[in-house]
Design a protein around this ligand. Sequence first.
Ligand code: SIN
Length: 497
Amino acid sequence: MTTPTLIIGAGIAGLWTALKLAPQPVILVTGAPLGEGAATGWAQGGVAVSAGREDSAEAHTRDTIAAGAGLTRRDAAHALAAGIGAEIDALRGLGVPFETDAAGELAMGLEAAHSHPRIAHIKGDQAGALILETLIRAVRAAGHITIRENMWATALLPSADGGCAGVVARDAYGRRHELIAAQTVLATGGYGGLFADTTSPRGATGQAMAMAARLGAEIRNPEFVQFHPTAIRTGSDPLPLATEALRGDGAVLVDRDGHSITAGQDLAARDIVARAVHRALQSGRGAFLDARDAVGAHFPEAFPGVFAACMAAGIDPRTTPIPIAPAAHYTMGGIATDIEGRTTIDGLWAVGECACNGLHGANRLASNSLAEGLVFGHRAARALRSATRPRFAPLPASEPPVLPRIVLNGLRRAMSDLAGVIRSEAGLADLLSRIDRLTTRFGETNEILVARMVTEAALDRTESRGGHYREDYPQSRAQAIDTVCNPAHMERLVAAE
Ligand code: SIN
């Protein structure tokens, strides 16, 4: 009899992997009730797919590689571009209401650094929310999936063969559980929540990356964090997003005098625009997204999610420019995998934002993340079907200490200030010594371990590339090199591809 595959995480990647494994049994573990705490539900942009007549998977592949600034792997980019059309068809089959034109073809929007309009939207900015809702309905109805909600994974269980034997999780009462499996899939999202200025859920603090690193898995490129230029400056935590699709529809980035802050290049690559917004804020000019002319009265129907977030903060975007700031939005680094989701540890897999399979390189192309969860979730499910491995009795696993929330918030502020949009050796060294002090005081919690990996890798990378900008090293080196780190073995090395 097939033993159940354990999937940790219930965003698009975890849910799609679980569904695509049918009829093989799956135990789906999530730290919150299904639907809560997943970044998927907040994704506004849409799904990138080359379905337009002028467009092609090859052009989508090229754009993905160009955005990745020398570190995107071609096989991953091609797998995404060639595979996403079929996944969208499958979602439409489940009832996801993608926007279509009069001929019933997908209607395409434009986002930054895409050479063609190729973003498939769902009810304006509701792509993530409506996909998530549909997938949850399907997962709840699926006989092969057992759902364990409110179970927060804290550590992976080692097995005698040097692989993974499952996971340790705490339930809502703090009780410890050991869930044992031959195959464990991590799908818990990224570490954008380790920054104070973020659009990521607060739980997105790199839990999977820390757990995998402790087991000895290779971690790749943790320094690459994508800062979205247009988070809405509401003062809330996390910050709501004002989707790039607004700029695709003609909204402009201006200072408080109405002058462009990007010299008119509002749809340049995200890192370039984020730095322009950051500098405008630092210089006191202010930074705003002005959608009054481009969207105006249509705002409530065209972008219902952004409209609601603005109105809740007392900003009417039909009549007032939206105050914005850059915010950590997506993390390109993560657990190193191949394009089927295999990590460097037997029995351990990773999909979605917590994985680094080479798709995004140093910078993710807009709207490639929902697509990633679908394409690579499906690929992992296919590979898992034929993966054979016994269920090992676990070796003892200790859980890391817990960081008090107030201390975590201090660390998050320091991450935004010192490892944010613009970095320098002095700032990163200061951050590292703060992390050292926290480690002495609180032990190496999962959050501290991830913060350390990000900071050390950002210090080591003495160049600027993609989402990583060093003001003391503003140029890219001639050769693009991945950072490979494995803190469990106390070894940090920068290896050539
Ligand atoms: C956005 O809607 O601007 C974000 C889309 C994405 O992150 O891909």
